[in-house]
Write a protein that binds this ligand. Structure first.
Ligand SMILES: [Zn+2]
Length: 438
């Protein structure tokens, strides 16, 4: 999108709001503002998709090879004019409410944009200068900063304490994955003075939170295409985006099931391992630090996954990874009654190669988890959590995150007490080199 298109889009949004406000004040009887909303679907194929993106439509999501769109009468007329084939899908969804439509489309609502996150992180640093400090661990292709917030007592010092990492927003459309790690930071800082448990873990560890690894993709998802997943790399064939969570250097491109060599694909793994600034930022950061445990948040599926993603073969020392996942799931359930399944990633969900969890686990042996946040499936909303989901989803993830930090502290202390005893680590199985070339 160029600047002119951006401005036009902004003007359209503003105009829509002005019209809505005017119509409700002055013209309550007119049917215009009650123009019915429809959900339609069109076949997903690249030539149609290109045409579609040039129109100013609300693309909702993709499902079973079709793109779902929120459309008003003028949109349908425009599609008819172009002889664009579409299918009505209203019957699949609960009735649409006009106010909900205006509250949640084209805008990110209660979810953070890049700028909003930057402002909020700066506020946390300003309010809690002894406990919070912002670091920039990388810069994206569109020149946005990848922020890491460190939380610890004596935050300006690098103390001999276990470090724990929380990541959010590898994938642009998974907005809830920004909110959970951000709210974890906020919770730790706001409760430090009042809650002895929080104070203890903040005193005894160094917690690193990277809530928005993919700000370029996220901004694109907010302003242009809600369903966008990848970063905004311009690929050699003219398509956009590399799937950051297929670009890490362990088992990268292991097969074409767990990632794709096709640049236009949603799971395109990039031209080489760590070809992207986002994955390089995490690689360099993790190599400088000495992390003991990690969670990377995604959505959706409501599961806790541990390595491996690239194969269904279980990792060595799986009982440790499985036991921690089971404890986290047990702690999450009573909060809202939701059950998070757990298991090895490749065997439980689907195969992924070149993802963050496999690489971090391979590099250090530390317990590393992908938490796929609710809902459980597409029919419950898929990637599109509502604003009111943020609180409950964070609340149920909080005890699991605190548990993992505490586990890291206890494991670290055990190792300090008995230096001859190795820390609980999952030894790495060596992948056959030849298989990497596939
Ligand atoms: Zn994801």
């Amino acid at each position: 999108m160029n600047v002119r298109e951006r401005k036009m889009k902004a003007r359209t949004i503003i105009l829509a709001f002005v019209l809505l406000a005017l119509s409700s004040l002055i013209l309550p009887a007119l049917d215009e503002d009650k123009a019915p909303l429809n959900i339609i679907s069109v076949e997903k194929n690249s030539s149609l998709e290109k045409k579609l993106r040039s129109m100013d439509l609300d693309l909702l999501f993709e499902w079973e090879g079709r793109i779902f769109i929120l459309a008003r009468d003028p949109d349908l007329l425009a599609l008819d004019k172009l002889n664009f084939p579409y299918t009505y899908e209203n019957h699949r969804f609960p009735p649409l409410h006009q106010d909900r439509f205006y509250a949640q489309t084209n805008l990110n609502g209660a979810y953070h944009s890049y700028k909003e996150l930057e402002t909020d992180l700066q506020a946390l640093e300003r309010f809690y200068p002894q406990l919070a400090r912002i670091f920039t661990i990388g810069t994206t292709l569109e020149n946005r900063k990848i922020y890491a917030l460190k939380i610890s007592a004596n935050v300006s010092q690098d103390e001999n304490e276990p470090e724990v990492l929380f990541l959010g927003c590898h994938h642009a459309r998974e907005w809830i994955s920004v909110e959970v790690p951000f709210l974890l930071a906020k919770h730790l800082l706001e409760n430090y003075a009042f809650n002895a448990d929080v104070r203890r873990i903040v005193n005894q560890s160094e917690i690193w939170i990277v809530p928005m690894l993919n700000p370029d993709g996220l901004e694109y998802s907010i302003h242009y295409y809600r369903y966008w997943r990848k970063n905004r790399r311009l690929n050699a064939d003219g398509s956009y985006g590399v799937d950051i969570n297929r670009n890490y250097g362990y088992a990268w491109g292991y097969d074409d099931n767990g990632s794709s060599p096709e640049p236009a694909a949603d799971v395109y793994r990039g031209s080489a391992p760590f070809s992207e600034p986002e994955t390089r930022a995490i690689r360099d950061f993790v190599q400088q630090k000495h992390f003991r445990a990690m969670i990377t948040y995604h959505s959706y599926s409501q599961v806790i996954l541990y390595p491996w993603g690239y194969t269904k073969t279980p990792p060595p020392n799986e009982p440790l990874l499985n036991g921690i996942a089971a404890s986290m799931s047990q702690l999450m359930n009573p909060v809202n009654g939701r059950t998070y399944g757990y298991g090895e990633s490749g065997a439980s969900l689907y195969l992924t190669n070149g993802d963050a969890t496999d690489w971090i686990f391979s590099a250090s042996g530390m317990p590393a988890y992908t938490v796929e946040l609710p809902p459980v499936d597409q029919l419950q909303g898929g990637f599109f959590n509502t604003e009111t989901d943020i609180g409950p989803i964070f609340n149920e993830n909080l005890p699991a995150a605190l548990y993992l930090i505490d586990w890291s502290i206890q494991n670290f202390r055990r190792a300090l007490r008995r230096p001859q005893e190795r820390e609980a680590k999952a030894p790495i199985n060596k992948m056959a080199r030849s298989s990497k070339k596939r």
